[in-house]
Design a protein around this ligand. Structure first.
Ligand code: SAM
Length: 277
């Protein structure tokens, strides 16, 4: 296993909770370790491939497998949905959609929701009459969840097709900062004009990052072409939730430039979460 050296571990950890067989702390440790390994893996994959790198990648693979891989990560996350958050993030999104009268179709077709990173098939069952949900995940745990990497979705095939896209605790799972940016841009492309993006992250990703602040996220989202509709978090809480609306914007390259590299925004003992374009 490669040494992380003195680098700080990125705290991109979700609000995970205890499993039946483990204490909350050990579940969180496992989730954190999983994220760290994924990040190391991506970094090594992007380096010139030598025998040493190949060996390190093998070691990481073995370590991920020894931990139980994605199935164990998903199990911890499912438990976290129930315990730490008193239910999944979908409850927040449903509340906001109802507030926007989405549940009143008045003759219109159902709203098409793409749920990315779906651990369960029935998160939106209470909204069947007004939401048409497609759930995808890297590893499907149910026949009605499509096994698909969001990042490989064809932008042309999906352009403007979706009314709502949900990225709940998915961006922080993605190890590469530019892939996180790509995810947000792809969500923008596939949403219809005025479509909604639901975003949920562990609060420390935003509030305790060296490279990310609330203002930074807002500015980044504006450059991609999103305006904020809702935001929810509380001091000392575990999660931050946003609802963004797709707007027509052609942001200049100069404005995008500031989000192409990491900039230290806060000093001190912090995590390294960042989204880059
Ligand atoms: C922490 S779980 C979050 C689950 C749920 N959305 C929630 O809010 O609790 C992250 C899930 O996102 C999935 N995921 C990560 N990257 C993905 C991608 N590129 N495409 C599809 N699913 C992805 C993972 O497989 C994992 O099941």
């Amino acid at each position: 296993m490669p040494k992380a050296g003195k680098r700080k571990i990125p705290v991109t950890v979700a609000a995970e909770g205890p499993s039946n067989s483990s204490k909350p702390q050990s579940s969180r440790t496992l989730i954190r370790k999983f994220h760290v390994l994924l990040k190391q893996q991506t970094k090594l994959q992007n380096e010139p491939q030598t025998a040493q790198i190949a060996q390190l990648l093998k070691d990481i693979d073995r370590e991920i497998n020894n931990m139980g891989g994605l199935p164990v990560y998903q199990r911890m996350s499912t438990i976290g949905q129930g315990i730490d958050r008193g239910g999944g993030s979908e409850r927040v999104l449903i509340g906001w959609l109802r507030g926007l009268n989405f549940s009143k179709l008045e003759g219109r077709r159902k709203h098409r929701l793409l749920e990315v990173g779906a651990l369960k098939p029935d998160n939106y069952h209470s909204c069947n009459s007004w939401l048409d949900v497609t759930a995808i995940d890297l590893r499907s745990q149910h026949p009605s969840i499509l096994e698909k990497d969001f990042l490989t979705m064809d932008p042309d095939e999906h352009r403007g097709k979706w009314d709502i896209v949900s990225l709940s605790l998915v961006l922080n799972f993605v190890p590469d900062a530019r892939d996180r940016g790509r995810m947000l841009e792809l969500a923008h492309t596939i949403l219809c004009p005025g479509g909604l993006l639901f975003l949920a992250l562990p609060l420390p990703c935003v509030m305790n990052s060296r490279y990310t602040t609330l203002e930074h996220v807002k500015a980044l989202m504006e450059i991609i072409g999103f305006t904020r509709v809702e935001e929810r978090w509380k001091a000392g809480g575990k999660m931050i939730y946003w609802l963004f609306r797709k707007v027509d914007t052609a942001s200049s390259n100069a404005r995008r430039e500031q989000f192409r590299i990491k900039v230290v925004l806060r000093q001190g003992n912090r995590n390294n979460f960042v989204i880059l374009l």
